[in-house]
Design a binder for this molecule. Structure first.
Ligand code: COI
Length: 355
């Protein structure tokens, strides 16, 4: 609270209008960056532990051109959302899971990472300091983006000697331009997102730029996004650029088994649990492209994406369509998940963290 207090004191009176909303057209939020008031930062030397983070005004950061993250991609990110409930509480969804995932990624990339408590504290502080940017109930959420970067200088390939943990936030609405309407995916047949033994299973920044080429080409052809297949057999589903994938066939839900090449989505894990609680059989297994062609329903899950119904998947020039709409299982799963996230129902799972 003291760091928050000093950051508030550093702000001018007009910035400090805690109870009011920022000047945003809440009905037109998409998933676009918008600068907010504060960001959190904390530093650490290699071999040391993070300590003494603080809030600063949102702004550019200074990095040496030879920072490890800029030269060798030593960086991780996370994404989580804060919702404003009807009672105007601020709710985070499973932030400890993001903290743990960052720790696993940091171990993979030889970086020190914040403790779970430090991570969650930083996220809470960032949300509180940017409270006026949390959309009104039902209009969207404040997307929180923690970053862990090798900020120290390197020339030869080695772990950076210094690290920075940053948290910033921006108000968001729906991820896809389709809004909540069903999306159209193209199976990517040439490039792959991840390889066995690589880093596909952790949230390294380096997993995302390699996706852009296929994504841009697919968008030019009118598709929403691309679906990647495994790099060994070019046959088993992995994930979409920014989300995990599920299918439903004869009442059974399946999703690709995460075995190092697929991101361990927190929304993915939550949907598996919610579906099982609702009585569905959920299988984590190898899911082939033939399985998806034959499915009754397909949907994507992710923090940014939430639960996105898939209207069609195109593979080798053939388009396959799926059930969507109010009666779809994905609609029910979307409603169950978002009611917990928005505080509309009792959270029996203990997933939400009130700030
Ligand atoms: C998220 O869903 O939070 C992500 O990090 C995916 C990103 C590409 C927006």
């Amino acid at each position: 609270a003291s760091t928050l207090q000093s950051a508030y004191e550093a702000a001018s009176d007009s910035d400090r209008n805690d109870d009011e909303y920022a000047n945003v057209n809440w009905d037109e939020l998409g998933f676009r960056f918008m600068p907010t008031d504060y960001m959190y930062s904390m530093k650490c030397s290699l071999g040391d532990e993070f300590s003494q983070g603080k809030l600063n005004r949102y702004g550019n950061i200074e990095l040496s051109p030879s920072a490890g993250v800029l030269n060798y991609g030593q960086g991780l990110f996370e994404g989580l959302k804060a919702h404003r409930s009807k009672g105007c509480d601020l709710l985070l969804f499973r932030p400890e899971e993001n903290a743990r995932r960052m720790q696993i990624g940091a171990e993979r990339l030889c970086m020190p990472s914040p403790s779970v408590d430090q991570f969650v504290h930083a996220v809470k502080q960032t949300v509180l300091a940017n409270k006026r940017w949390v959309p009104p109930p039902g209009k969207g959420s404040l997307y929180v983006r923690p970053l862990l970067l090798g900020s120290g200088t390197v020339l030869g390939l080695a772990p950076a000697p210094e690290y920075v943990f940053l948290v910033y936030a921006a108000p968001v609405g729906n991820y896809f331009k389709e809004g909540l309407s069903p999306i159209n995916l193209l199976v990517e047949e040439e490039s792959h997102r991840a390889t066995p033994g690589g880093t596909g299973g952790v949230k390294t920044i380096a997993n995302y730029a390699p996706v852009l080429k296929a994504q841009i080409q697919a968008k030019k052809k009118g598709f929403t996004d691309v679906l990647f297949l495994d790099s060994v057999n070019n046959k088993y589903l992995e994930e979409v650029s920014s989300c995990n994938i599920f299918l439903l066939k004869d009442g059974v839900i399946s999703t690709p088994l995460t075995h190092g090449t697929i991101l361990e989505g927190i929304t993915r894990a939550s949907i598996i649990e919610i579906a099982r609680d609702l009585g569905y059989q959920v299988e984590e297994r190898l899911v082939s492209v033939e399985d998806v062609i034959d499915a009754d329903e397909v949907f994507c899950t992710g923090t940014a994406v939430v639960v996105a119904p898939v209207n069609s998947i195109t593979y080798k020039g053939q388009r396959y369509h799926y059930n969507v709409g109010a009666a779809a299982v994905s609609t029910m799963l979307y409603n169950s998940l978002t009611s917990i996230q928005m505080g509309l129902v009792e959270d029996k799972k203990g997933w939400t963290v009130h700030i």
